[in-house]
Each structure stands twice: as C-alpha cells, then as structure tokens.
Design a protein around this ligand. Sequence first.
Ligand SMILES: *Cc1c(COP(=O)(O)O)cnc(C)c1O
Length: 360
Amino acid sequence: MKSQKHTSLTGLWNPVVEGLAPYTPGEQVEGEGVVKLNTNENPYPPSPHVIDIIGKRADETLRLYPDPEAKELKSALADFHEIDASQIFVGNGSDEVLGMIFSALFHRSSPLLFPDVTYGFYRVFCRLFGQPCRELPLTEGLELNPADYLASNGGILFPNPNAPTGLMLSLDQIRFIADKNSESVLVVDEAYIDFGGETAMVLLKRCQNLVIVRTFSKSRALAGLRIGYAVAHPVLIDALARVKNCFNPYPLDRLAIAAAAASVKDRAYFNKTRRQIMCTRERTARKLKEIGFHVVPSCANFVLASHPVVSAEKIKNELQKKQIWIRHFKAPRIENYVRITIGTDREMDICVNEIQKIVD
Ligand SMILES: *Cc1c(COP(=O)(O)O)cnc(C)c1O
C-alpha cells in the first residue's frame, strides 16, 4: 500500500478546521534558573490543604467516575460567595467554561461584542463556534468605554480587570452595560478579580442577564489542575449544564473536585498570598517607573509596561537570553508593551535589574 501524502489528508478535515486560528499560550518552560513571568501563574504553591487532600483521595476510589455535579466543590463555592449552589457551573478550566457559554448562551444571529485589546481566546472561540463578532476599540488610554456597548448584539464578553491591560470597569459601568442589554447575555470574565478588583457578584440579583466567570489558575495557584466556574441565574446555569451533559458529563476529575473545595475553604492562605502578590505588584510598578517605564495601573497579577526608547520586543528577547520569560503581544496598539507576571519579590528584583541593564 502506498502511503498517502500528508497534505492530501487535510482533505479529510472538517472544513471549519481549515479556518481555525488556535490560541498560542505563553511558553511552558521549566528548569533551574528559569524566571517564569509569562503566563500569569501564581508564584506561590497552592494551599497545603490542597496537597493533603490529593494525597488522601488518590486511592482505589479512582476507579469510579467523579460526581458529574461536583457537589462538594459547588457547596464550598456557594458558602464562599454566599449564594445558592444552583447558581454555579463548574468546568475544566475557565476556558472550557467559556466554551460552554459560547455554545449555550451566545446567539449567532448578531455579533458578539468584545474589546479590540483583550484575552486572545475570545477571537479563537468565535471562529470555532461560527460566532460573528465585533471588536470595539479601547480608548486612547486603553480603557473600555461602556457607551460603545449599546449596539445590537448576540452577547457581550470582557475580562474585568481587562487582560492584558489590568484596567477595571466600575460596578456602575458594568450595571449600565447589563441594563442596556437585557436581551442578551453579558459575560464578565473575572480571572484576575482577586488581585484588588471589585467583583460584579453583587449585581447578580439585579442583573439576571449577567454571567461571571472565575478561574482557580491565577489567585488559587491551581493552573495545573484546570478548574473554572461560572456564577449566574439558575436558568442560565441550566443552559450550561445541558451543553456540558451533551459533551462531557465529567469535566472535573475526583482529585480536582476535592482539591478545589479544599482551596476554597482555606481562606486565610488565599488572602495571605493574594495580598502578597498585590504588594509585590505595587513595588514592581514603582521600580519600573523609576527606570523610565510607562506602567498601566494594574488590578491584576501582571503589569503592562512600555519604555519610551527601547522596544518591547527587544526587552523580551534580551530577558529571554537570561532565562527570564515575559510576554510580548505582536498586536496593534500594545506592540510596544511587555506584560510581566508578578512573581515573588526576589523574581521581580531579578527581572527589574536585568531590564535596567537593557534600557541603560
Ligand atoms: C487565564 C485566563 C483564563 C483561563 O483560565 P483557565 O481557567 O486556566 O482556563 C480565562 N480568561 C482570562 C482573561 C485569563 O487571563
């Protein structure tokens, strides 16, 4: 049998696949001496209770399927947020939760609205799901203007604080957008909310079209376990559950459910580590300004910064030679900025010192 040429096999693809433009995450580098500040991971370990419970639950019960409802986790989250478990949907990372939202709650008949500078995955999902979209430009100061979000739409989606700017909308601004769009769903991706922002959870009672998405990957130091969730009116949660149960009834495994619940219950550790990161962020921003950078004021665990003389690309490449990894987006408007994840004080000192040598 003659082997087929690789290229002709792409003819077997579903035609949608040809048009996909997959998301490129920051490099996952590991090793001695690597300072990894490129994917907004937490520099601190997860709560010790997380490690304990994984050890305890890694036993013969792994032969059994996990609870498809992940009740143990939903109950911990319901206590934490003082809401009902019926308002919670959990998934395998918030990216998957967003995928379920695209599938279950956005309408293809009108464009999805999101900012032109934002989390790159949104654009990727639009292609995959055949969702028309309109990217609304941020202001000169890279801020989202609520008045832009009044056009007819099949849904609205943005992170708050926004990524990669770190800038926040106020609750009044979010309420304005939700109120003006009562015929569609407003999704606020709160991936970075635990680093000093004000959550929109308090608006849920009043704004029944509001969906809030959260992740355990950043503030809870569990990127490796893949846990995310959405909070919304039970009727919207029901739509997500329907889609999930048509795709994968068990998105979270037994260990992830137990570990996530343990993380939520350890409030003291959570507060201690997120406050430390906020402290290090302010210290880092101050130092970058001292050496001439423009630093966008951030409510997240990263800062976006640009230098008036040295290009962002050069800074990124020179740092990489020293095993220091940061992120640079070759995207309009932010191509002269670098995004630096907030690590430990020591990691930030190493990073800022090297940057100083590059710009001097
Ligand atoms: C990191 C991030 C996510 C993805 O989180 P996972 O739970 O790891 O999939 C979603 N949205 C934004 C804005 C993020 O920065």
